[in-house]
Design a protein around this ligand. Sequence first.
Ligand SMILES: [Zn+2]
Length: 288
Amino acid sequence: MINVIDLPGNERARDFSNCGGPCFNLGGRDGRFLETVMDRAAEAGALDRMRIRMSLETTRRSGLSAHNAIAVIPGSERPDETIIINAHADAWFDGAGDNGDGLAVLVGLARHFATEADPPRRTLVFVASAGHHSPGMNGPRNFVAMNPTFAESAVLALNIEHVAQRNLSPARSVADDGYREFVADAGEAPIVAGVSNEAPFLENLFRRGVERYGTNFVSGPSTMASGEGGGYRSLEVAIVTTMQAPPLYHTSGEVPEVISVPGLERMARFLAFFLKQVDVAPWEQLNP
Ligand SMILES: [Zn+2]
């Protein structure tokens, strides 16, 4: 089966691999070429004689390992209560949007809270997790298993994932061969905010975040926690996830140029605000 990934250019794509048999993803421009050839063959009454010859070279690697990176800022008043802040550090292709941008925001937050004059009350545990894109591995689940003291004292887990990819819209002009390209505009693609326990206090922080920082959260509430956030489910506390899934998600088009620098700043500022509010909130408000 040939999937035509109808995206700008000739992106390679990770998804759409479970078609039930040998499955080949073709980029948008190559796909257009193939469809044009098939149309011409049909017009000439020769479609039944059309053949495609394809070959694929693969290598299999085994015995690989992966590591989580962890940084801790001890709390000034309630050091035995933790807030976990996670961003996965692995990727398909260049991974600027999944999850270079989320990881950059995590590092920025760690730097901010480590140097702030007014230190956090609760202990902040930053996790750059490994294994999100590798079957059989899950960084958060390993973090929980290997760091029971930090994990069991968590009041909330925040997963920062895909947060500042620019929005794409169809280009107004059409290329010579009729193929319509996309353009990245100045703003960010929509961001889903998942609050697993629907805590009104946390939902309200997202509403205020849009007003204060201009983050492009979609308006509807969601209880979504991605595979990465789901690794913290055994803690039975609120899991908060920020996540985009724009058109170039999981493709070779996720390069630094499609990341909005102001969008990174909007998200970092919003999450600094969010964490400060969470830090001083009583347990009952975070986990009603
Ligand atoms: Zn991701």
